[in-house]
Design a protein around this ligand. Sequence first.
Ligand code: APR
Length: 313
Amino acid sequence: MERKKITIVGAGNIGATLALLLARREVADVYLIDIDEGIAKGKALDIMEASPILGFNSRVYGTGNYEDTANSDLVVITAGFPRKPGMSRDDLLFKNFEIVKSVTEQVKKYSPEAFIIVVTNPLDAMTYTALKVSGFPTNRVMGMAGALDAARFAYFLSEKTGISVENIRAFVIGSHGDDMVPLKNYTTISGIPVRYFLSDEELEKLIERTRFAGGEIVSLLKHGSAFYAPAASILDMAVSILWNKRKIISCSVYLEGEAGEYYGAEGLCVGVPVVLGKDGIEKVIKLELSDDEWTQWRKSVESVKKLVDKLPL
Ligand code: APR
């Protein structure tokens, strides 16, 4: 069977880690592309030299030329500047806007049928940028955020309760920033609501840690931001689409029509639960939220709107 083709734009920490994860699972052949061609080629070669030991047959190629990426099934955009200590994701807005815009123009030209997963921050505004610049249908462009935020929340819950991460299903919606909305009412441990395991106060502490989990890593690393868990989250989304798994994953998607009206975020990209399958975003799930969660959600939407309004689109 012919393998799928995935292009990863940006062969930095997230891009290269993702290339290795995709190759190990033989999800696709991978093209790593970077403005620094040597980095893309060097990391691709290094990964391929691990293949005899790890035993995978997928190929990872490095390039600086978009022609090599032609007709990709999926393009992941990680190109951009990561955060430095003391910077918020929003501080990256204009620098990364220019990068995502120029990358998306190339994706549109060379892979007009691809799905796009945006990773560059500020995530929701950059997803909106990729959608508008590509002109792709809304089911094919999405941002990776909720998968990562939920994984972080799940890990903290596992650490606190001592129960396997495999049993934990955490849910986070809203913007990928400090205004994200972790949903304790939809978070379960082996199907049992999490409130059976932890007090409100304990849960609130973990929710707070989840909101600032990206920043916690940035301050520890000092140079750069998180990349192992982000790469794993992208892998989960890519596999759900390319293998038509139809998993429910929270992603930043363009809200319009009935869903846009329901969530009160018409015309913006914000994180909500969706079904990811062979057609990309196949369904937006509407959730009943408590009054408090609606208040948080609206704040989250406002913060995305503020950024998007500044974009020269
Ligand atoms: N085209 C291609 N690659 C580019 C471009 C561009 N126009 N501009 C920058 N890059 C490359 C850089 O050369 C670098 O190799 O993007 C890569 C980014 O890698 P890292 O700095 O290691 O960043 P990473 O940790 O992978 O994060 C990528 O995800 O979390 C977000 O905000 C974060 O925007 C950052 C992105």
